[in-house]
Design a protein around this ligand. Structure first.
Ligand SMILES: O=P(O)(O)OC[C@H]1O[C@@H](O)[C@H](O)[C@@H](O)[C@@H]1O
Length: 317
């Protein structure tokens, strides 16, 4: 006997063109009726393109490896379960810099789209893509280096009305012992000219300056100009949004969701020269990394516990 309260299948909206999703050759591409799009590589679940209004918001090196042989130099690589070189005498100490998430093959779990109707009628079409990674999917090396039962679900939502990209990471402990992790969404944002940009929203925060022997400082000015190599880890930030402003106009607003740390990174001339996958060599002029995360100390998860954090980025392109 059929259930009388059986849910009816979601019917496609009759208001016009619908968001589309296309998945092939290790990539998933989603497109909204506005033309805005997002492209994710299953390798690392790395967002490698996010277009608003026909223009690219992210920076990807021309020499980036997209064949799974190396983490992608650009886009939004996921840093997990350790940030930077792991400390000695920690459970992550055998892992490579920034952990294994950015160099693992993730599974595409599917998509869901909003039901709020077309943009023309005031709705906000959006499409969410989910990706998963668990211990069983890791390489044999990574399994040995970090032998914990974990589950990651990474949700990438492309929003039409506000021209947003939301990227959220859910971490769960599926094992019988507790473990610790750090995470960071290592976004490389594209700009026309870094010398005309300011980074706002970090005023009064304390940061570790990796360029100055990891010394601690307080951000005394409300805006940061990038005029040389920058590698700073801002912690316990009070403002929830960091903005990239170019030529005095807002370009991107990066809103943290349940995260209070952010790294600001630009390798500038010498460091860019030293990276074989960084091209063109003067590409540092066209990018800045603003990376939201939980990297100050460690997040501990007990068996059965789940943690979530991420960002909503709004493009003004
Ligand atoms: O070259 P990788 O491993 O992708 O790291 C790039 C940069 O990532 C940043 O998050 C770090 O703060 C930098 O110190 C590091 O150089």
């Amino acid at each position: 006997m059929g259930r009388s309260n059986k849910p009816t299948p979601l019917s496609p909206s009759t208001t016009g063109p619908q968001p589309s999703v296309h998945s092939e050759q290790g990539r998933v591409v989603a497109r909204l009726p506005t033309g805005d799009s997002v492209e994710i590589l299953l390798y690392g679940a790395t967002v490698i393109s996010w277009k608003s209004n026909g223009k690219e918001n992210l920076w990807v090196s021309k020499a980036a490896k997209l064949d799974g042989s190396k983490p992608v130099r650009g886009g939004v690589p996921i840093v997990f379960p350790c940030f930077g070189p792991p400390p000695k005498n920690h459970a992550t100490s055998s892992l490579p810099q920034h952990g294994f998430a950015r160099s693992s093959h993730w599974e595409y779990l599917g998509s869901s789209s909003s039901e709020s109707g077309s943009l023309a009628r005031g709705g906000d079409d959006s499409i969410k893509l989910d990706f998963g990674l668990s211990h069983a999917q890791l390489s044999e090396d990574a399994k040995k280096q970090w032998p914990y039962a974990f589950g990651l679900v990474y949700s990438v939502t492309l929003g039409g009305k506000e021209r947003t990209l939301q990227t959220m990471l859910r971490v769960s402990n599926q094992g019988k012992e507790s473990w610790e992790f750090q995470m960071l969404l290592h976004s490389y944002f594209g700009v026309d000219d870094i010398t005309r940009c300011q980074i706002n929203g970090l005023g009064s925060s304390t940061y570790i300056d990796k360029v100055l022997d990891a010394s601690q400082h307080t951000q005394s000015t409300p805006s940061i100009a990038i005029t040389g190599e920058v590698d700073r880890v801002y912690t316990s930030i009070k403002q929830d949004t960091t903005s990239i402003v170019e030529n005095g106009k807002p370009r991107l607003d990066i809103q943290r969701d349940r995260l209070v740390d952010s790294v600001v990174w630009n390798p500038w001339i010498e460091k860019a020269k030293g990276m074989s996958d960084f091209e063109p060599k003067d590409g540092y002029k066209n990018m800045v990394c603003v990376e939201v995360g939980a990297v100050d100390g460690w997040q501990r998860l007990e068996p059965g516990e789940t943690w979530e954090g991420g960002q909503i980025v709004r493009s003004h392109l």
